[in-house]
Write a protein that binds this ligand. Structure first.
Ligand SMILES: [Fe+2]
Length: 272
């Protein structure tokens, strides 16, 4: 089973550039071409939040049109730039999303790895939270399949990255309780996150929690306390999480055109 992860698409409408500078629509078009060119093709694509930039219906319509050429399931969770109601309207045909006004969390069991989406959004805020209701829901669904390899998806990572301005709008509620729940479930192979717009990993409660780069702009890598909030147009990427039957191995696949591939061997001989 191959999972492709994309994150922080920040799709805009009417040609608006995000932060007056970033053509996020063109970036998603390039990402979709990249995904469609992967060999082998992923079984499922997961999008870990900030699907659009301002939570607008018009932006979700652009997003849906951009994702349509993928022709395979895309599981979405909300980020702080999303709007639950508008997202639900746009993805009302998605069989996995709850058809209610509540949290957009769900379980998908169509593949060998069980996929759990968690909603960390606090409406109107940049930071995330896992309140008692969401934690109870997660504990309940994990308890139902304690031996099935599982991936948990959530927009806000449950750890500090050292990029202080992002940590200040990180998961500010529920991290300790989440840690206790995850620690009781060694079948959780990964916690896949977004929000920080660059590749970051950390050991968390006995599993690996990781952040996927954005499909467009990346948060600048600046670990100084008090560093300004800045972004850079570093190469965007997707991540590929391959279930090999006894674990998940993760790769970062950079979007863009690069020279190669070139052969190492010719006629069975190493080229020197
Ligand atoms: Fe984002």
């Amino acid at each position: 089973m191959l999972i492709a992860q994309i994150s922080d698409l920040h799709v805009t409408a009417n040609g608006r550039l995000a932060y007056q500078r970033v053509d996020t629509v063109a970036a998603v078009e390039a990402c979709v071409r990249h995904l469609n060119g992967l060999k082998p093709q992923p079984d499922v694509i997961v999008a870990t939040g900030d699907l659009v930039d301002c939570g607008l219906d018009a932006e979700y319509q652009v997003l849906k049109a951009l994702l349509a050429p993928l022709g395979r399931p895309v599981l979405v969770i909300p980020g702080n730039h999303d709007d639950r109601a508008a997202l639900s309207r746009a993805f009302r045909d998605a069989p996995y999303l709850p058809g209610t006004d509540g949290f957009l969390h769900y379980v998908v069991e169509d593949w060998p790895v069980r996929l759990i989406g968690i909603d960390t959004v606090v409406p109107g805020a940049g930071h995330g939270a896992l309140c008692a209701d969401r934690l109870r829901w997660l504990a309940d669904v994990l308890a139902k399949a304690p031996d099935t390899p599982t991936v948990v998806m959530m927009h806000h990572p449950p750890f500090r990255t050292g990029i202080v301005h992002m940590d200040e709008i990180g998961l500010l509620e529920g991290t300790l309780d989440l840690s206790a729940i995850i620690a009781g479930h060694p079948n959780v192979e990964r916690i896949l996150c977004g929000h920080v717009h660059r590749a970051v990993e950390r050991r968390f409660a006995g599993t690996i929690a990781s952040i996927c780069p954005s499909t467009s702009h990346q948060v600048a890598l600046d670990l100084r306390p008090g560093a300004e909030a800045t972004f850079a147009l570093e190469p965007p990427a997707v991540q590929l999480h391959l279930w090999t039957g006894d674990g998940i191995v993760s790769h970062t696949s950079i979007i863009g055109g690069f020279p190669g591939p070139y052969p190492f061997f010719a006629d069975g001989t190493l080229i020197t």
